[in-house]
Each structure stands twice: as C-alpha cells, then as structure tokens.
Design a protein around this ligand. Structure first.
Ligand SMILES: C[S@@+](CC[C@H](N)C(=O)[O-])C[C@H]1O[C@@H](n2cnc3c(N)ncnc32)[C@H](O)[C@@H]1O
Length: 509
C-alpha cells in the first residue's frame, strides 16, 4: 500500500473559505473552463483544462485548478494569492517543489475536486493525486492502496440512495468519503469504514474541507469493524470487480467471483434496524446452467424485502477489457497485457461464467412473513436522483402485500402524472398492434398493455373503484364483467408494482 502521509485537516475551515472565495466550486470550474474542458476533466482528460488555465493570467481560481486538479507546479506567490499557503504547507496539502526561473514553487500532495451537493452545497472530494476515475490512460497510480475520487459508480449510488432523515447511516468501503458526505445531510450519526486506512484519512479530509460534520471512521473488512451495531441506512459501492486476483483494493474485493457482493448482501439483513434500507452496487456472475435471477434471489437475507435491478450485462471479454483498461494495462507491454487478459479469461472459465451483470441492490428490513423480492432487468435511461422512487417501490410492495385481488377491485387508483400512451403498429393501420404506457420520470418504465389495460389506466382518476371501472369497460366492449373482474387484477397489480397506478388513500378507506 502507498505510504505517502496525508494532510491534516487542522486548517480545513480556512482553506475551505479561501477556496470558496476564489470560486473553486463546480459552477466556478464550469465558468472558468467552459463546458467541453469541464466535461473532459470529468473523463480525466486534462489537456483542455491545461490550455484554459495556461499563462497564469486567470487569478486564484486557475491557480487552484492547476494545483489540485491538474497537478501542476505553481509559483509560491500565486499559491499565496489563492489560499493561506503557509497553513496549507504546514498541514501537508502543498509541498515545496523547488525553485523555477528564480521563483519558489509549490505543488499539491492530494487531488481536491469541487463537488456540488444536491442542495447546491459546495463540497470537495479529496483523493489520491491523478485518480479521478476513467480517462484514456486508466488510473494514475497502480499502487494497491490508491484511493480514487468520484466516479460514475459513486454518483449512481449517491443518486439511488434513500434520503429520508435517519438516526444512523453506515458507509462500507467509504474510499474518498463521498457516500458518507451525502449521509451527513440526513443522518444524525454517520459511520464510515474501509479496509484501507488511507481511505479513512481521505474521508476525514473530504468531510472537513466540505464543512460537513465528522463521521465515525473504522478500519476493517465489510461489517467486521461495526460489531453488532445496527443502522437505519447502509450503503456501499464495494470493490465489486470480479477479477483474477486482489490487485487494486478500490475495486478487487479479493474474495473470489462475486463472493464479496454476496457476503455484503447476506450480512446486511442483521445490521439493519426495522424499516431500514441497505443499498449496494454490485457485479454478479451469469453462470452456465443457472438463472441469474435465482442467484441474486438466493442472496437476499431473511427478514428483508429486496429490489434488485440489473442495469448492464457484459460478456467476459468486454468485462476483462474494461477492467484491464481501468488499470492502464492496455498501455503496458503487449505481452504483459496478453498475459493478464488470459488470466481473466482463465478465471471466468474456471467459474463457468459467461457474462457479468452490474446493477443495484436495495434491501429493506420488513420482517414480513412473505417478503417481496423483485429481481429485474432495466437497462434503459432513468432519471436520477431515484431515492424517492426507491421508497415508493417498497411502499407499493407493502400495499400489494396487504391487498388480495378482491381488495384491489374495491380500491381506487390514479394514473401517475407524466404517463403517456404510445401506440405501436404499422403506419396507417386502424388498430395498433400493441399499446405501451411510458413514464417520463424516475425509472422511466414502459409497459405493454392490452386494450382493457390501456382503457383502465386512462380512466383511473381516483373517483371509481377498479371493479366499477372494469364493469363499465365490460359493458362497452360487450364482455362478461365477471370474467373481466376475474382476469384483470393481475394486470392491475403489475401496473401498481411498476408505479403506473397509485392507490388513493382516503380516510375510512
Ligand atoms: C469502489 S471504492 C468506493 C469508494 C466510495 N465509497 C465511492 O462510492 O466512490 C471501494 C472501496 O472499498 C474499500 N474496500 C475494499 N475491500 C474492502 C472490504 N473488504 N471491506 C471494506 N472496504 C473495502 C476500498 O478500499 C475502496 O475504498
């Protein structure tokens, strides 16, 4: 592991003030760099931002960008104009880099990246130098214990996390601390753990520089450091990569196959308070002769409802290439690259793995006698943040569990806002081949319905019971109302489960 010592947060408040005064924020960066260079930086491509800040004529903001995002050496005098430089040197955020052209210079020891919180908070994520995720070159360092900044997976998890105010939250594998930082907004007590002690050091810096409350920081693997404690919210963007060896702590769990994700999910149930949520990103194997739905279903711990969404599947070659590139292996000696590629394929062959799924796992501790476990594939675009969509999903499961078919027919529903109907069929045809209902919010689901389903959804404004609506449809279509009442609840159930219909709750109903 890297042994580079980390800065101390002693003067974090002063540094934060100076950074904000210089406009070192997500919006400030966008203004300074322009959208293309800003977007390129998020892809770890630094050339456009270097061009935009070259020449030293852009003041303190450009100095901070060059220091903390671009790892450039800057004149001491420029640094002094941007922040309390002696405090930054004393605490170890900066170090002296010698003299150049007769001027003293300094450079940064860590990456500091402005990050806008959901309510416009000006936050900062502190991580190892040059380790913003992605980019053509892969990560900047191949040291085992390197701590990365914010990547796509980090923001995905932050977006799907339920943000209800809670007493306690646990972030497992906190890394640079992004999930813990979000949790400080709505959890009274935040605990962050990581097997890599350097990560906890970075989390402390991220929280301090972001002006957020401190968190409890514990070193250790998975749930081991928290003992028997239980939480209202558990989140983890774990090292889920299914790889031939534990090479990079931030991504390779080192437990073999998808065992780390499975263990995390299985052990989470006992650590949740009643009603609590556990939310994870994960990878899982698609094994020859096994249905992946069953694999995931078998992971769900007793006492929990689960909603598991597979967002993507890659065959083993795509998967191996993705992670070889992530580590920058594609830029190494071709023979070495080929050897590593073989290693990945050997590993998958040994595990009879054909492809790898990626997705979201949410557990909710309900202790229900009949748990609701939904395992589905939804690879289409969604509208983040989805925290409220997650709570709504589980509320609908509670509702459906409590209502049998007869009760559904007695119930009243409204069609949720923003649902549109699409007719699919050959142009000019009198009748569509099928009708699709589509949500334009949240999960942006689409579902095929028949004429009855479309007609039913269309008149759901809460005034008539489902049964009464079906009777009216039966009359219109000259169908037997008893038959229609008998066969339609299944479709209604699905429309409720997927969030197209909302039960109307009225006093006394
Ligand atoms: C993919 S990073 C996620 C970092 C951060 N939470 C985020 O969302 O960006 C995974 C983190 O898990 C940590 N980790 C690896 N193995 C672990 C284990 N067995 N238990 C706890 N944390 C672990 C790594 O050190 C790394 O910081």
């Amino acid at each position: 592991m890297s042994t580079t010592s980390l800065p101390t947060p002693d003067h974090a408040a002063e540094l934060r003030s100076a950074m904000l005064a210089a406009g070192f924020t997500a919006d400030g960066l966008l203004d300074l760099l322009g959208a293309p260079a800003y977007a390129a930086l998020a892809r770890s491509e630094t050339v456009p931002a270097l061009r935009a800040t070259r020449g030293g004529g852009h003041g303190p903001l450009a100095t901070l960008v060059r220091l903390f995002l671009l790892q450039q050496t800057v004149p001491y005098a420029h640094a002094a104009a941007a922040l309390p430089v002696e405090a930054a040197l004393a605490d170890g955020w900066l170090r002296r880099a010698g003299a150049a052209g007769g001027e003293d210079t300094v450079d940064a020891t860590v990456d500091v990246r402005p990050y806008g919180g959901p309510d416009g908070e000006d936050w900062f994520i502190v991580s190892d130098l040059g380790c913003a995720v992605g980019g053509a070159g892969g990560i900047g360092s191949r040291e085992e214990g390197v701590v990365l900044g914010v990547g796509g997976a980090s923001t995905t998890l932050a977006g799907i996390t339920v943000r209800t105010p809670v007493g306690s939250a646990l972030d497992i594998g906190t890394g640079s601390g992004i999930q813990a930082l979000h949790a400080t907004r709505h959890a009274t007590r935040v605990t962050a753990t990581d097997v890599n002690p350097r990560a906890l050091g970075f989390t402390r810096l991220t929280l301090a520089l972001s002006g957020a409350p401190e968190a409890e920081l514990l070193t250790g693997s998975l749930f081991e450091p928290v003992g028997e404690d239980t939480y209202d919210l558990i989140v983890s963007n774990p090292p889920f990569v299914i790889s031939p060896g534990a090479r990079l702590t931030y991504r390779d769990g080192g437990m073999g196959g998808d065992d780390l994700c499975r263990t995390l999910v299985q052990q989470a149930g006992a650590r949740l308070n009643p009603g609590g949520y556990a939310q994870f990103l994960g990878n899982w194997q698609h094994v020859e002769g096994e249905d992946w739905h069953d694999r995931l279903r078998s992971w769900v711990p007793r006492g929990c409802d689960a909603w598991i969404v597979q967002r993507d599947v890659q065959d083993v070659t795509q998967y191996a290439e993705l992670w070889l590139r992530d580590a920058g292996d594609h830029q190494s000696d071709p023979a070495e690259y080929a050897r590593r590629y073989e290693e990945w394929l050997d590993e998958f062959e040994a595990r009879k793995t054909k492809s790898v799924g990626f997705g979201w796992i949410t557990l909710r501790r309900t202790d229900a006698a009949e748990p609701s476990i939904v395992v589905e594939e939804w690879p289409h675009t969604v509208e983040q943040p989805l925290g409220e969509a997650v709570t709504a999903h589980f509320a609908r499961q509670d509702y459906l569990r409590a209502h049998d078919d007869a009760a559904l027919l007695e119930a009243h529903f409204t069609l949720v806002e923003e649902v549109v109907q699409e007719q699919v069929g050959p142009p000019g045809a009198e009748d569509p081949e099928h009708v699709v209902l589509r949500q334009n919010r949240g999960m942006r689901r689409a579902t095929k319905v028949d004429t009855v389903g479309a007609g039913f959804a269309g008149v759901c404004d809460g005034s008539l019971s489902a049964g009464r609506i079906l009777d009216a449809i039966a009359q219109l279509m000259q169908e037997d109302p008893v038959v229609l009442r008998d066969r339609t609840p299944e479709a209604i159930r699905l429309l409720v489960e997927q969030g197209f219909l909302e039960p109307v709750t009225r006093p006394g109903r």
